[in-house]
Design a protein around this ligand. Sequence first.
Ligand SMILES: [Cu+2]
Length: 277
Amino acid sequence: MKGGIVVSLYVMALAATSLAGQAQAQAAQQRQFTMTATDFSFVGPEQVPSGMTAVEVLNQGAEVHHAQLVRLAPGKTPADFAAAMKVDPGHPPNWVSFVGGPNAVVPGDRATAVMDLQPGQHLVLCLIPNKTGVAHVALGMVKPFMVTEAVGTRMTEAKPDVVITARDFQFVLSKPITAGSHTIQLVNEGTQAHEVVLVKLPPDAKAKDFIAAFEPGAGAPPRGRPQGGIVGIERGAQGLFTAQFDPGRYALICFFPDSKTGAPHFAQGMTWEFDVR
Ligand SMILES: [Cu+2]
């Protein structure tokens, strides 16, 4: 009798431990997902819960890719998006909101951005152009996914140690970036959507040398290596990414098009070069 109680208490303790473990594992799983990019499609989840989420892009293609998340206006469907893109290839319609995502990485690399996802119909897009200037989204790099109302605990947000503020049209750093791993927050205080692409430059290169490789018809490979960042976010929005900084030269670049002229923001000075020592 006494032994029975001891055993059942032990079993209950075991059950409680494994339940807590399961809940933890579930919370961790719910708040992370990967979009795998190839030339030219995305593979990833159909449905994810809302809230703070670590979104990873894994580049298994032969070109540079990113994972731009957009939320569709209520009532709009992925079919509406496809129809709009047929009319104006490469330019998402004005009823999508840019909600960030991990920025560009080279083949074989991955990058993560932590975004606060709201419930609704979403798409993941790659807006990077190919050698003839056609955005990858027009070549098939668009995948719908649904963000559903989350139940349970929210992921605790990592504290940034550096803040990059995006304005029309410049980046302002809260402090110089030093060697090592940093959690960086991008805050959009501009009036338009902005992004940040983090690029490791060769010692003698400038941001414009990297940009030149993405002009239509450019033959040479990019001078520099994109290492993530955060794709387009709307005014007032923010996101987090982590990056490892080895000593050397870096650039922050915004490729987002001006809402009136369509010219990329870097053409209006939205680049920032810095040395990490
Ligand atoms: Cu911008």
